[in-house]
Design a binder for this molecule. Structure first.
Ligand SMILES: [Zn+2]
Length: 183
């Protein structure tokens, strides 16, 4: 993936940017908001590219493994959702198709496909921003991540920086409508 190398350097920059001592004193909520900020940056990149602005990052042991944003139009790929792009790059980075113990941050509630990928990757936690009433498969349309019939469960934290995450999406669609900007 051509962006993997970009990400590697960004990941290192980020890992260096967070003081380990500060990391220890950050509580879980601030920690999640912090990483969601990177997912929001990914969403902004998607918007710049004319893609639906959803972003995702994968974090393992306090380190950014990889990130990604929607790229379905550019890649002619219906599966190129932010979460899939990020999980693929993270698995490459980890050298393992299992991302045991990892946390996936996504700006919007993942769809059925992305929840499926998260389960296959065995991620420990999903943190997302805004609910997706139309396609969300965590709690809006389906509850795939806590289905007792599956052999893996993902811990979920929803609503992290939800307003910003949702606004990124609604601003994008508003601007695309004829007469863009006016309600
Ligand atoms: Zn998806």
């Amino acid at each position: 993936m051509d962006r993997a190398s970009d990400y590697e350097s960004e990941g290192q920059r980020f890992a260096e940017g967070v003081d380990p001592a500060e990391r220890l004193t950050m509580d879980g909520k601030h920690w999640d908001e912090h990483w969601m900020g990177l997912a929001l940056e990914e969403a902004a990149r998607a918007a710049q590219a004319g893609e639906v602005p959803v972003g995702a990052v994968v974090v393992l042991d306090g380190r950014l493994l990889a990130g990604g944003h929607n790229a379905s139009i550019a890649h002619h790929d219906p599966t190129a959702h932010a979460e899939i792009v990020a999980l693929r790059a993270a698995a490459q980075e980890a050298g393992n198709y299992r991302l045991t113990g990892a946390t996936l941050y996504a700006t919007i509630e993942p769809c059925a496909m992305c929840c499926g990928a998260a389960l296959h990757a065995r991620i420990a936690r999903l943190v997302y921003g805004a609910d997706d009433a139309k396609a969300g498969a965590v709690r809006s349309l389906h509850r795939l991540l806590d289905d007792p019939r599956l052999n893996h469960r993902v811990e979920v934290t929803a609503g992290v920086r939800a307003e910003e995450c949702g606004a990124r999406l609604s601003d994008f669609f508003r601007a695309k409508r004829p007469g863009g900007g006016s309600p």
